[in-house]
Design a protein around this ligand. Structure first.
Ligand code: ASP
Length: 434
């Protein structure tokens, strides 16, 4: 009875209702002091939803990429597609970092942050800081070409068993697909049919999971709210006030990207109105917002881009998984803003050359960030190191990271979907579904 009127709502409306309801229940749980109850009995459904999304990510990448590549008539198209995609990704990332640098230099949020507060934050988050510092140190100890080595797995079962090894699975799937093209059709017809069928089955599983999305998002929002606020609403509100201007700078930058830069790109390169585009990918944006993980959102992004934007599967299956791992416009903008903010709070004047270094390292650091919650923050340490800024600065922004992570992940996913649309258009395949 209660569900039936909701049936008529489009998916995004149901997810949105779930999200708002989650915030409300989270708030009530804090007010009533029943956080533990919510954490015990509501949070698990959020985790189940997340697990379902992660569960389907690897099979989805493999099946759709192999069937996409195997469907290509020749390999040269694939390399053209690859070069185009990566060039566009790097270009949008550099644009995002530049916007971040301009915004933070205009607003200068660091100049409003008192020295006492700085000392207080550095002390309060010392432990948390040490863990992240260790993670970043491990990363920076690796040899310079380690990222290339990491793309080539030594064992495919191993690679497929970890959701953080997406590039490795992409590599194997590309190799597998290319080999299928090179073998006479009569010998691989069965394999082609199999992966095409497998792809259909995995897409159906995504469909099934999406029915659960409104409830999953609801539970995630309840859990996020109580985890973030803890049991002291007032101190969280104070946190927003002291870090408000910094957060505002990040948020304004993200808004400029999503409401100005992306619409211009879409209009010029895809002839598509941004309203149509946003309407199509809204469910993916909501899932990205509530999971803070572009990797976990991938199945939803793919479904929306293919079904609603009519980007053919052979393009989306390549462009989107690659985007999840290397294209993070929101993260790169955030890293640029955070770096300059920290420099300013510590009273360090950055030279133009240092700003250029930030432009380069934030671009690379966002490429190196995994599509999981908080990854951008660990990589931020590398950007801070590149211009000799104190890593303790991270303590200033740690507490507010999660809400900003939710927002930057939303932009990361939007950027991937936009490039998939533009690539499809440039190949003359936009709006044509196989
Ligand atoms: N959570 C982000 C993503 O999944 C990465 C980050 O900025 O931490 O896209």
């Amino acid at each position: 009875m209660i569900i039936s009127p909701l049936r008529k709502f489009p998916l995004y409306a149901k997810i949105l209702i779930g999200m708002l309801f989650g915030l409300l229940i989270g708030l009530m749980a804090v007010i009533l002091g029943i956080q533990q109850f919510a954490s015990d009995y509501i949070k698990p459904f959020g985790i189940i939803f997340l697990n379902l999304l992660k569960l389907v990510a690897m099979p989805l990448i493999f099946a759709s990429l192999v069937s996409g590549v195997a469907g290509l008539k020749n390999i040269s198209r694939l390399s053209k597609l690859g070069v185009k995609t990566i060039t566009l990704y790097v270009f949008t990332t550099i644009t995002a970092v530049s916007i971040g640098l301009v915004m933070v230099n205009l607003i200068r949020p660091g100049s409003y942050f008192s020295q006492e507060k700085r000392a207080e934050f550095v002390e309060k988050y010392a432990d948390d800081l040490a863990t992240r510092q260790q993670a970043a140190e491990n990363l920076s100890k690796l040899p310079p070409l380690q990222f290339l080595i990491d793309i080539v797995p030594e064992n495919i079962v191993d690679a497929a068993s970890s959701n953080t090894a997406m590039l490795q699975v992409i590599f194997f799937a590309l190799l597998f697909g290319v080999a299928i093209i090179m073998v006479p059709n009569s010998k691989v017809a069965v394999i082609k049919d199999f992966v095409t069928g497998l792809n259909e089955v995995v897409l159906k599983i995504v469909d099934i999971i999406m029915h659960f999305a409104p409830f999953g998002v609801f539970a995630l929002m309840v859990a996020l709210f109580i985890d973030f606020v803890g049991d002291d609403l007032r101190s969280s509100a104070q946190l927003f006030t002291s870090l408000g201007l910094y957060s505002l700078t990040v948020i304004l930058g993200l808004l400029v990207i999503s409401l100005m830069v992306y619409p211009i790109f879409l209009r010029i390169y895809a002839g598509l109105s941004f309203k149509k585009f946003y309407k199509a990918i809204f469910p993916a944006q909501l899932v990205a917002f509530s999971t803070s993980s572009s990797a976990a959102t991938l199945p939803v992004t793919m479904e929306q881009v293919e079904k609603e934007l009519k980007v053919p599967n052979d393009i989306s299956s390549f462009v989107l998984p690659v985007g999840v791992t290397i294209n993070m416009d929101g993260t790169s903008l955030y890293q640029a803003v955070a770096t300059v903010f920290i420099a300013e709070v510590f009273g360090i004047e950055l030279t133009f050359a240092q700003l250029l270094i930030i432009l380069i390292t934030a671009t690379l650091a966002s490429i190196g960030s995994a599509g999981v919650p908080g990854a951008g923050m660990v990589m931020l340490i590398i950007v801070l190191n590149s211009v000799g800024l104190p890593v303790e600065g991270l303590a200033l922004i740690l507490a507010i990271d999660r809400p900003l992570d939710m927002l930057r992940t939303t932009i990361n996913v939007t950027g991937d979907a936009m490039i998939a649309t533009i690539v499809a258009k440039s190949e003359g395949r936009f709006g044509i579904v196989k």
